[in-house]
Design a protein around this ligand. Sequence first.
Ligand code: HEC
Ligand code: HEC
Length: 278
Amino acid sequence: MNFKTIITTIAVLGTGITLAACQMDAYQAPNPNGSELWSGYKTATAETRAMQDDDFANPGMPMVDSAAALYNKKDGEANMSCADCHGAVDDPKGGSKGLPMKGVSARYPVYDADTKKPINVELRINKCRTKYQKAKEYKYESDAMLGMTGLIALQSRGIPMMSTADNPSDELNAAWKAGEAFYYERRGQLNMSCKHCHEDHQGELIRAEVLSQGQSNGFPTYRLKWSKLGSLHRRFRGCNGNIRAEPYGYGSDEYLNLETYLAWRGRGLPMEGPSVRK
Ligand code: HEC
Ligand code: HEC
């Protein structure tokens, strides 16, 4: 298959996904990507895709396995494990609190009434650590956090990303708007926005890489370049750095808003985490 054929195939697949998404959220603004919604998986090399397709070959999985042990381990002053409240990580009933992990990554970020800001899965995990386990937060880009977000993402594999943030009555609407503005804002010495690469030049080659739509449905991602799992915010920092723009902090308001906006752009795309990329 040549590149044009691949893109056409993707377009056909994407149309089905978008139609399904439109029926789900009739009031939503049109997606800036039009009818073609596709993840970086589509333009990854055959070798990279094969690694993602097989959990035994996926180099991100050992970290996820370690997190499965952490999930069941009692910790903190409360001496409680995640499983004590949420049940086994794949328990569809979500244990005694009725809060299953299935679907969480597809639904987040959500609105956090305490901070009046979006909360993503990383910050949600840390909130449970401090509030309920009375334990120390995981560092944002630590192995424990990456493994735990990978473990939780795994429970949402195949579930379409969802977001209602462009609805004016949605509590996340202000964050969504700020994220959208960030997406289209030129920055850095190269004076470029996310749009220049991921909207205008999607499907085209840049150096040795094919530009994708910059979707967030595969995170955390095992990048061969990083030789480990990395968060979406790490990718944001990399993309900002490449155009010589100042990166924002892990878990910063700017990146939480951007994450909220990307979840909306990708709504309807099935979750892939932990994915594998170059
Ligand atoms: C100079 C071009 C360029 C700009 C500008 C840029 N990126 Fe990227 N981005 C890349 C390249 C190259 C990759 C790796 C290949 C791909 O998936 O596009 C990438 C990958 C990504 C991915 C991972 C996609 C996946 O499937 O794993 C995300 C998410 C992303 N970018 C978001 C952003 C956001 C948000 C912005 C704006 C803050 C941005 N990028 C700005 C070049 C760029
Ligand atoms: C003492 C009980 C308790 C423990 C221990 C606990 N949680 Fe929670 N968790 C909750 C409650 C209750 C909520 C609902 C939000 C709230 O009330 O703060 C929640 C919410 C969540 C959510 C969001 C669920 C959703 O549907 O939005 C995730 C994800 C989560 N917890 C993960 C974890 C992880 C991972 C751990 C272990 C590191 C953990 N929790 C430990 C009680 C707990």
